[in-house]
Design a protein around this ligand. Structure first.
Ligand SMILES: *[C@@H]1O[C@H](CO)[C@@H](O)[C@H](O)[C@H]1NC(C)=O
Ligand SMILES: *[C@@H]1O[C@H](CO)[C@@H](O)[C@H](O)[C@H]1NC(C)=O
Length: 455
């Protein structure tokens, strides 16, 4: 069933890897890759400024799902967004038909680009995902924490271009590199999703591949919707990022450095590989302008183990805090809300209130703001009621943070609910994150991108 490819042993792999590293220089890498791409490129259309795709929130799993067009003939493919994922992978075992599918041959530049030095055959009839003499990678499912081997491949991918205000003509990438996966790996994904769009800091994740192909800055912006049924938006490339009524959310962003965790946080990794997830340097947390006290050591990334620190995740539904941080924050919130009538806990949340006890403001229920303080006291990510309180059941609002336990790998995982209706720009060239805080203050939302095509 699963691993139709047979891979070299890990010893052979690491030998090959060190040899590869010794003689492959970066410029050569790109030169080869560029040739491969351009040889199959169709007549170049005008270069897009940026690309765009919608993001839906799945009401059952709370996952965020985007759509790309892939293959020949082209079909829409729904993919769960994984900000920390290594590359794009799709189920090639079920209903994958395409005239333009090509597996990556062993030792080709495509394999090197994806960091794969494995090589294998497939003992079954040939099909996408099962070919001889191909290199493989390890696609993983962040929800089930399952990884398996999958054939590396290229196929046509297309996305609408954008001027930042509307989608426009579809642009086509003839040889987009991705990983195939067996059908079982899609277990746990939102209904209709047949893969994962990994947006991590690798050369093969869509943000870098698309930027290299279309020569735009290596940045992308994520704006998650808060309600199923209203699409949010994902931009590849630089702003403007405009929302109705004509608000450019790329203006007025605050910036904080993206930090490198030197130790991989992935399900599978090779020794010495850094994490390709997005870490930021939270230095303190304030509730209603008052600093919350806990061991600040938890906020540092341990260079040896990769533990600690703060990362941003679209696969965690709610922000997860290490137990002592969680207790400190919930303690501070409950003190600040002492006058509001408590309600019984609704799992996985502990601190819940009668919804009727809150005033309603433009930025959600009237509660003290929670600030993630970053590189200085002046730079903080302010979380208002719309992102800090969730209606866990009818008439009950709960603090939308969860307890990650005593020893989570990462002390703070900022999850999807806290990201909704915030625009986040990941700038890989400058290694920084631009964040807007809630767009509700600016009288718009992530669901106000005008998806009517201007083409
Ligand atoms: C791979 O090669 C083996 C041995 O020649 C053959 O039996 C098998 O069918 C081939 N698989 C594919 C997918 O072509
Ligand atoms: C959305 O974009 C279309 C195409 O440019 C335009 O005709 C329409 O007026 C826009 N909608 C709004 C509400 O501005």
């Amino acid at each position: 069933m699963v691993s139709c490819n047979i891979y070299c042993s890990s010893r052979e792999l690491s030998n090959q890897r060190s040899k590869m590293a010794a003689f492959t220089s970066w410029p050569l890498f790109f030169l080869i890759f560029g040739l491969v791409i351009s040889s199959s490129a169709s007549a170049a259309s005008t270069r897009p400024r940026a690309l765009v795709s919608p993001i839906m929130k799945d009401s059952i799993t709370l996952q965020y799902v985007t759509v790309v067009h892939q293959r020949t003939p082209s079909v829409p493919v729904n993919l769960v967004v994984d900000l920390g994922g290594r590359y794009l992978w799709v189920d090639c075992e079920t209903r994958y038909t395409s005239y333009t599918y090509h597996p990556a041959r062993c030792r080709s530049s495509l394999c090197s680009l994806a960091g794969s030095n494995s090589c294998g055959d497939c003992f079954s009839s040939p099909r996408p995902g099962c070919n001889n003499d191909t290199c493989g990678v390890f696609p993983d499912n962040p929800f089930t924490r399952t990884a398996t081997s999958g054939e590396l491949a290229v196929d046509v991918l297309s996305l609408p271009s954008t001027d930042g205000s509307n989608p426009s003509t579809q642009v086509t990438y003839p040889s987009f590199l991705f990983s195939c996966a067996p059908t079982f790996l899609t277990r746990g994904l939102a209904a209709g999703a047949t893969g994962v769009a990994g947006l991590g800091r690798t050369r093969v994740a869509p943000p870098s591949q698309l930027a290299a192909k279309f020569s735009f800055r290596r940045r992308f912006a994520l704006c998650l919707p808060s309600t199923p049924g209203n699409a949010g938006v994902l931009f590849f490339g630089p702003g403007p990022y405009r929302f109705l009524p004509n608000i450019d959310a790329s203006q007025s962003l605050l910036y904080t450095p993206l930090l490198t965790n030197p130790v991989s946080t992935a399900t599978t990794s090779s020794p010495g590989e850094p994490s390709y997830e997005y870490f930021i340097g939270v230095t303190a947390i304030k509730v209603g302008d008052k600093a919350v006290s806990f061991d600040k050591g938890l906020l540092k990334i341990d260079g040896k183990t990769g533990s600690g620190g703060t990362k941003i995740s679209t696969t965690a539904s709610f922000t997860a805090l290490q137990t002592t941080i969680y207790r400190a924050v919930t303690g501070a919130v409950s003190t600040a809300l002492a006058k509001v009538t408590r309600a019984a806990s609704v799992a996985p949340f502990n601190l819940c209130y009668e919804a009727s006890g809150f005033s309603s403001t433009r930025v959600g229920p009237g509660v003290p703001a929670i600030d993630l303080v970053l590189q200085s006291d002046q730079v903080y990510w302010r979380i208002f009621g719309a992102n800090s309180m969730v209606e866990a059941k009818q008439g009950v609002l709960c603090l939308a943070f969860v307890d990650a336990g005593r020893n989570p790998k990462t002390s703070i995982v900022v999850g999807g609910y806290q990201l909704e209706n915030n625009l986040l720009e990941f700038d890989l060239d400058y290694s920084r994150l631009g964040f807007s805080s809630t767009l509700l203050f600016r009288q718009t939302t992530c669901s106000n991108f005008n998806f009517t095509s201007s083409a």
